[in-house]
Write a protein that binds this ligand. Structure first.
Ligand code: G3P
Length: 216
């Protein structure tokens, strides 16, 4: 399972990269705004900065919601850097834009996916990634992990190449559950990734090893 970090914060991206386990980055307009990145030129520069830190795919989301606007923005984003993946919402115009950009060899990430039906359409259109939002489903008392498992099963049944990129991950259990059901990628903030490291018996065991070593 690949690990992407879901942030536009360069320090957090560097920290995850230093850990040696980072396979890519996802962003969205809310995450860019959270870092205070505004204006087309600044936004484009920030995407290039991110690409220069990581080795893998970097999702950059379109703002337009019409077909012409999405493909214009998508092509401009893709031209910024070979690592850019164009993130497009699962709406009618978005499906058309994914189909168009995929046919041109541009990688796409179909976002805001909340149902298996949406995931089937994203795959039919040729999306490189499909992003089911786990946490936001959990927020409304619907099992987000169940959706990830359902999409993984459908894609495996038909041998579909679109990768299942589990998004809206809020805690470590989401990551582990994604691994159990066979998600191709998880994208999450830095904290849940670091949270996977924590275990009190590791801390106690390490302290004892060091204490015993120092007694010699
Ligand atoms: O990648 C999508 C993700 O950023 C959404 O996360 O926590 O805002 O639901 P969240």
């Amino acid at each position: 399972m690949k690990f992407f970090i879901d942030t536009a914060n360069l320090d957090q991206i560097r920290e995850a990269m230093d850990l040696g386990i980072l396979d890519g980055v996802t962003t969205n307009p809310s995450l860019m705004a959270k870092e205070g990145i505004r204006g087309d030129d600044n936004i484009r520069k920030h995407y290039v900065d991110i690409c220069n830190i990581v080795d893998g795919d970097v999702s950059a989301e379109v703002i337009a919601t019409d077909f012409e606007g999405m493909i214009r923005e998508g092509q401009a984003l893709a031209a910024l850097h070979p690592q850019i993946v164009v993130k497009i919402p699962i709406i009618k115009e978005g499906v058309k834009a994914i189909k168009y950009l995929s046919a041109k060899g541009i990688k796409t990430n179909c976002t805001l996916v909340f149902s298996a039906g949406q995931a089937i359409l994203a795959a039919k259109a040729g999306a490189t990634y499909v992003s089911p939002f786990i946490g936001r489903l959990d927020d409304i008392s619907t099992d987000g992990i169940e959706l990830v498992a359902q999409i993984v099963d459908i894609y495996r049944y038909y041998d579909i190449d679109t990768q299942v990129l589990a998004a809206s991950i809020r805690h470590t259990m989401h990551i582990i559950q994604c691994a159990e059901v066979g998600a191709d990628v998880v994208t999450c903030p830095l904290d849940p990734i670091l949270g996977l490291l924590r275990h009190p018996l590791t801390d106690i065991g390490l302290e004892k090893f060091l204490t015993d070593h120092n007694k010699q």
